[in-house]
Design a protein around this ligand. Structure first.
Ligand code: ZN
Length: 474
């Protein structure tokens, strides 16, 4: 036992891996000691030090997942994954930090919403975690509260431009909220759709008896995202406050953001694997009775395939800064089925937390769309910077937390939900060809995944108090 402890304290040497840094990749070694990265380079094992051969594998900073909804009460139910199952699945997939949306529901203070989220997460997370604070309404009390929330380590908020009467804020409120977050040096993520027009179209579809799942996307066309981004950037032309667009799903929305950027507005962009890899043929046609389409009901909806390559190009080329999954899992049986006979009652969301790194690796790096350094930026480094975690997280530097993924690029396999650890009865990526596997994962120097298996079944993920956004990611 004493011998074991001594070994743990002495650390681990990862040998002969492809060490991935922002500007280069080289074959070398990485020493973990006392939970942090001690050094990288060409290193000899020290006496008593455990070694791990990483030949032929990439050694990457642990993934940072920027967008999840774990244990979220929504549409009369609660998401299938809670913090325990969601963060375990994330860990298997190589993610070592998750940022979830703590939500202030109507009538609550932000502190009350946040306290509930702390309770859900505390002692339940396999990986480190932080919160964004999502607002569902706006008033003077909430405005006064923002400063204390920022002091609590939450430097990012979320505002919805959709879900009228439920969560949507309008431009005067957005202006007021952004004035305050700007003063405090925080950022705000925006769900960009036109909530007023969505409601009109939902009513119209239902009045005509159009209740099949296909109509979900009919009520939320791509132009609503483009329009909302343009409207948001009109506010930011006045304020120039830090802000970003969550789950960007269209080429048109990307163009609207680029147009704003060309006029000097610094808008940061997040996209998701589903908008890069899945398209609206999953909804069938307007005559499709097949309720399987409900598995893909999310907001924004899946889009026409034409949007995918521009989003990939944006991600690879630097226009889009990071990738979150919007993991919001509902079982097909019993939960998605709540919307049988009425598409507007299908809980919105899909799982994705476990496959984020490997989907991006297979379809980004292996397909030649981006190199491994850019991959590491969009899956980890940029999020660490923007969400105030850098250089503690997001990079393989001496002194950084030893949050490390050893990715073996060789295995070829096919996705099936039985292989995943998400607590959901389906995956939208069923049947997908995959290249590569997450072989080992370290969290603050502790090996959590060894040869693809859970090495220690302990939920010792820590809450991360976050600092101000760094903006050198654009
Ligand atoms: Zn979301």
């Amino acid at each position: 036992m004493i011998e074991e402890k001594r070994k743990e304290a002495t650390g681990v040497l990862l040998q002969n891996g492809h060490i991935v840094l922002p500007d280069r990749t080289y074959v070398g070694d990485l020493r973990i000691r006392d939970g942090i990265i001690a050094e990288t380079g060409h290193l000899e094992p020290e006496e008593g030090e455990r070694t791990l051969d990483c030949s032929g594998c990439y050694v990457l900073p642990g993934g940072i997942e920027t967008h999840t909804h774990l244990q979220l009460e929504s549409m009369g139910t609660v998401t299938a994954d809670d913090f325990e199952t969601g963060t375990r699945a994330a860990l298997y997939g190589g993610t070592t930090t998750v940022l979830d949306f703590a939500t202030q529901f109507h009538g609550e203070s932000m502190a009350e919403g946040l306290a509930r989220w702390h309770k859900k997460a505390e002692n339940n997370c396999y990986i480190d975690y932080g919160f964004h604070m999502a607002l569902t309404e706006w008033n003077a009390d909430l405005k006064c509260e923002i400063a204390s929330i920022v002091d609590g380590g939450i430097s990012s908020f979320k505002i919805y431009m959709a879900y009228k009467n439920n969560m949507m804020l309008q431009e005067d409120e957005i202006y007021d909220a952004l004035s305050e977050t700007k003063r405090l040096g925080a950022t705000v993520g925006f769900h960009c759709e036109n909530g007023l027009l969505i409601d009109v179209l939902v009513k119209e579809a239902k009045a005509r008896g159009n209740t099949l799942p296909w109509y979900h996307q009919w009520t939320r066309p791509p132009v609503f995202e483009e329009e909302a981004i343009t409207r948001l950037e009109t506010v930011n032309a006045l304020l120039h406050a830090d802000h970003y667009v969550v789950h960007l799903s269209t080429a048109d929305g990307l163009n609207a953001a680029l147009k704003a950027r060309s006029s000097g507005i610094e808008v940061v962009l997040e996209t998701c694997p589903q908008y890069l890899l899945l398209d609206n043929t999953r909804y069938g046609t307007e005559m499709s009775e097949d309720f399987e389409a409900a598995k893909y009901i999310m907001s924004p909806p899946l889009r026409d395939k034409r949007h995918q390559e521009p989003l990939w190009d944006g991600l690879a080329g630097g226009d889009i800064q990071f990738v979150g999954t919007d993991h919001c899992s509902f079982n097909y049986r019993g939960q998605k089925e709540m919307g049988l006979g009425d598409f507007s009652k299908i809980p919105n969301g899909a799982p994705g937390i476990e496959l984020r790194l490997l989907l991006l690796y297979t379809y980004g790096v292996e397909k030649g769309r981006m190199d491994i350094s850019r991959y590491s930026e969009v899956t980890s480094t940029n999020a660490a910077k923007y969400f105030g975690l850098y250089p503690k997280k997001g990079i393989l530097l001496p002194g950084s937390d030893a949050d490390i993924v050893v990715l073996d690029p060789k295995p070829e396999w096919q996705v099936t939900s039985d292989l995943l650890h998400e607590n959901c009865d389906y995956t939208p990526y069923e049947g997908f060809y995959m290249k590569g596997s997450v072989r080992d994962v370290f969290l603050r120097g502790q090996q959590k995944i060894a040869s693809g298996k859970l090495a220690k079944d302990v939920r010792d993920g820590q809450y991360l108090k976050r600092g101000r956004p760094l903006k050198d990611i654009m």
